[in-house]
Design a protein around this ligand. Structure first.
Ligand SMILES: Nc1ncnc2c1ncn2[C@@H]1O[C@H](COP(=O)(O)OP(=O)(O)O)[C@@H](O)[C@H]1O
Ligand SMILES: Cc1cn([C@H]2C[C@H](O)[C@@H](COP(=O)(O)OP(=O)(O)O)O2)c(=O)[nH]c1=O
Length: 241
């Protein structure tokens, strides 16, 4: 289970401890439907969300990170993403051009709630690491671009399972050049810009920091995907998620 990871000239053991995640039943009337989820001592697993502006490299890095985590340890890795590959997630990808604002934000939150309860928590409980390409911060950015304020978006997402968030950043010109090569841009890609998304991701990080989420910014400029993943592996918690 335990594997050494080189870091600053020494080898660190990782993962360090096992945690189990379970849903906590609601007792108050104020809580929304999705159960809060808390870690319980005893199970090892990392839950990492890769976030950042369209075109920054999330999909590339999430895949490579999952591969590298699988190579480094005996624990398996589950690679996933949002919107999910479920019928609801696929519908959201197809319908993003006409489903807007509040309706889209709620639908994305529903897709996320199902993702957490039926896919993420079961995989973590099986002892796998989970890497997701997009998660809550994507909503805190893209649904703002779609006209909602951060408080409303958070109200739809506040009881999600906290993740270790890795924010990828690069120079806006680099991101813009990559987006220019895409045959088609989505409605929200067209509504935003690299500068706007980078600024809103900073706001999202400040918000999630107040919720005590573990987070890291990784500046990818001039780094190969392999080097980006090396950097991420050096940042992931030495003492478990
Ligand atoms: N560190 C990197 N250096 C150079 N090119 C990269 C890097 N990361 C990603 N790319 C390239 O940038 C493009 C966009 O990457 P992608 O992973 O699809 O971004 P996103 O999922 O954030 O939209 C792809 O062509 C990918 O190969
Ligand atoms: C996860 C998420 C996605 N989206 C949107 C952004 C995109 O337009 C669309 C699909 O995400 P994207 O990651 O860009 O899709 P792909 O995997 O095809 O590269 O969903 C949101 O608006 N909010 C969210 O919270």
């Amino acid at each position: 289970m335990r594997q050494g990871l080189p870091r600053r000239g020494r080898r660190r053991r990782w993962p360090h401890r096992r945690r189990r995640h379970r849903a906590v039943p609601h007792h108050g009337t104020q809580r929304p439907q999705l159960a809060a989820v808390v870690p319980v001592e005893g199970v090892s697993s990392l839950f990492v969300a890769v976030e950042g502006p369209n075109g920054v490299g999330k999909t590339t890095i999430a895949r490579l990170l999952a591969d590298r985590l699988a190579e480094l340890g005996s624990a398996g890795v589950h690679l996933t993403g949002e919107p999910t590959r479920t019928p609801l997630g696929q519908l959201l990808r197809r319908q993003e051009s006409f489903l807007h604002g509040k309706a889209l934000a709620l639908a994305l939150a529903a897709d996320r709630a199902a993702h957490i309860e039926t896919e993420i928590i079961p995989r973590l409980d099986d002892g796998l690491h989970v890497v997701t390409d997009r998660y809550v911060a994507s909503s805190l950015v893209l649904q703002r671009i779609d006209g909602l304020d951060l408080g409303e978006i958070w109200s739809y997402n506040r009881y999600v399972l906290p993740a270790t968030v890795v924010y990828l950043e690069d120079h806006p010109e680099v991101i813009r050049t990559r987006l220019a090569t895409r045959p088609q841009l989505t409605r929200l890609e067209l509504a935003g810009s690299p500068e706007k998304e980078l600024a809103l991701y900073r706001d999202a990080a400040a918000h999630l920091h107040r919720q005590q989420w573990r987070q890291h910014v990784v500046v990818c400029h001039g780094l190969t995907p392999e080097r980006v993943v090396d950097t991420i592996l050096g940042l992931l918690p030495a003492d478990g998620p």
